[in-house]
Design a protein around this ligand. Structure first.
Ligand SMILES: Cc1cc2nc3c(=O)[nH]c(=O)nc-3n(C[C@H](O)[C@H](O)[C@H](O)COP(=O)(O)OP(=O)(O)OC[C@H]3O[C@@H](n4cnc5c(N)ncnc54)[C@H](O)[C@@H]3O)c2cc1C
Length: 491
């Protein structure tokens, strides 16, 4: 059996490992942390279970397909509930909008905000459906190593119809005038790590995912997904070594022959898949002559944001809150430019709150609420001291209290913050990014960091810094794409 070593047990690493094991490879995953999941892990404290990263379960079809590839179903590993409303948005003047999960009601909501917007939503969704079908059905499964992969006629025709060269801001403005509707439809693009004006309009497929397929929640929390993937991988024969921080690689005649971890262990390899942050492996584990990209290249990449996060336990139930709430009550243009242009700490940031205990009693002690606050900030920021974190927390807590009408300052019984420097320390994250590389036009498909090294024959990459991009569904797909490539070139 050929031996594959996978560095990193995030979604992409587990996915790549599982597909290779299914194809008959002897696969070992080396993970620096104490368990699987990477950025999507969780922790327990004082009776609360906090998901540390992702909280939005979108594109259930991609997860279902993943488990189906191994003859399993999502429901063999975790149980999903569709949320209704999908989420709530708070506006500057104090009002809020709930986004119903059912399309007819959503259309009514649009119509109530802008007469005629219901019909326009139909048109918008028709185009978005096509983009989803071609984008998620075909394009994301390409390793994007050369343009010829896109030369099949139906794919080419698809690309031409998919607004690759227009941007999301313009695209949405063509359909809707009301600033609230525009902002609602721009929101999913924030997952892609850049401003709507810099994201190809192809990504209205994200609106389709949001509106058509909905927002779901796995019972007991998002970590259930990583745990399910981990169990599936073990069933396929994948071996996992945790607390195994890869520190160096042996390279002989342009091939990696051994992988070494901090605890002094060594592993032989026919193939290595780098599923930790690409930039870390390229810059920190390889001698300079084997670097795939220069420092200048990495420094000029547009990174998706980092985050300031707060995991908060409250000793009472809160009134009138939803599972997901977006606080769009300050000027997004100012915050957006602080994230992507001036790259400074924001003055009045937008933020997001997830309250999974609204849906799931298992994630908080009885009578308590589990809250997760997220402020997107620029990657690469320094100085996330305790004082700075606390000052932002007080700022957003005051807004949360005012908008939702709950007082909770005196009821906080657990609080932990997490920020840019933690991403760097825990995940070896490049510039402390949370969501990888932004999906701008110049960082799409063949313009992304390549998923196979051109300097080392048996080194491949997967994860949110390579194809197809950031987010849980793309990371799952990334693992499958690279496993297919390995099987093709290393037969
Ligand atoms: C706060 C936050 C919120 C998010 N929200 C959402 C959401 O709601 N929905 C969504 O779809 N996506 C969301 N995302 C994005 C999603 O979590 C990521 O795109 C995805 O988890 C990335 O998976 P990955 O496998 O590429 O990387 P990772 O999960 O980072 O996995 C890489 C692994 O490599 C390990 N590693 C690093 N260096 C070494 C080494 N030297 N040796 C061994 N192991 C090493 C790391 O410890 C890590 O476990 C969010 C991300 C964050 C951070």
């Amino acid at each position: 059996m050929k031996k594959a070593i996978v560095i990193g047990a995030g979604y992409a690493g587990i996915s790549a490992a599982s597909f290779l094991a299914k194809a008959g490879w002897d696969v070992t995953v080396l993970e620096k942390l104490s368990g699987p999941g990477g950025r999507a892990r969780n922790f327990k404290a004082d009776g609360f279970t906090f998901d540390m990263g992702p909280s939005w379960y979108w594109m259930p079809d991609v997860f279902e397909r993943y488990f189906n590839c191994f003859g399993k179903k999502v429901s063999d590993y975790y149980q999903l509930t569709r949320l209704d409303p999908s989420y709530r948005v708070y506006w500057p003047e104090g009002s809020s909008t709930d986004l119903p999960s059912q399309y007819p009601q959503l259309k009514e909501t649009f119509e109530s905000i802008e007469p005629g917007a219901g019909k326009m939503l139909d048109k918008f969704m028709k185009e978005a459906a096509y983009k989803y079908e071609v984008g998620i059905g075909k394009l994301v499964f390409k390793p994007a190593r050369s343009l010829t992969e896109y030369m099949e006629w139906d794919v080419l025709k698809g690309i031409l119809k998919m607004d690759v060269f227009s941007n999301m801001k313009k695209h949405i403005h063509r359909f809707f005038k009301n600033p609230k509707l525009r902002q609602l439809l721009e929101f999913p693009v924030l997952f892609l790590g850049a401003l709507p004006k810099d994201i190809p309009a192809l990504y209205s497929l994200m609106n389709y995912a949001d509106i058509k397929f909905g927002t779901w929640y796995p019972h007991k929390g998002m970590y259930e997904i990583a745990d399910g993937m981990y169990r599936l991988a073990v069933e396929q024969g994948v071996k996992f070594c945790f607390n195994a921080n890869v520190t160096s690689l042996d390279i002989t005649n342009g091939n990696i022959t051994g992988v070494h971890t901090e605890d002094g262990k060594s592993y032989a390899a026919d193939v290595v898949i780098g599923a930790a942050d690409y930039a870390f492996i390229d810059r920190n584990l390889l001698p300079e002559k084997y670097h795939q990209y220069s420092e200048k290249y990495w420094d000029s990449r547009v990174m998706a944001p980092s985050c300031l996060l707060y995991y908060v336990g409250v000793n009472k139930r809160l009134q009138n809150i939803k599972h997901h709430s977006l606080f769009f009550d300050t000027d997004f243009n100012v915050h957006g430019s602080e994230i992507y242009e001036s790259k400074t700490w924001p003055k009045e940031p937008l933020f997001y709150t997830c309250a999974p205990s609204v849906t799931d009693s298992t994630v908080a002690p009885a009578g308590c609420e589990n809250l997760f606050f997220l402020i997107p900030v620029s990657s690469g920021l320094t100085g996330d001291t305790e004082e700075l974190r606390e000052s932002y927390f007080q700022k957003i807590l005051a807004r949360f209290e005012e908008k939702t009408g709950n007082n909770l300052k005196e009821n906080i019984i657990y609080k932990r913050s997490y920020a840019v420097s933690d991403f760097e320390k825990d995940y070896h994250s490049f510039k402390g990014n949370a969501y990888g590389l932004a999906n701008t036009l110049l960082q799409t498909a063949i313009l992304k960091p390549r998923c196979r090294s051109s300097k080392i024959n048996n080194l491949f990459y997967t994860g949110q810094l390579t194809v197809p991009g950031p987010g849980l569904p793309p990371s799952l797909i990334s693992g499958e794409v690279v496993s297919n490539l390995v099987q093709k070139v290393c037969r």
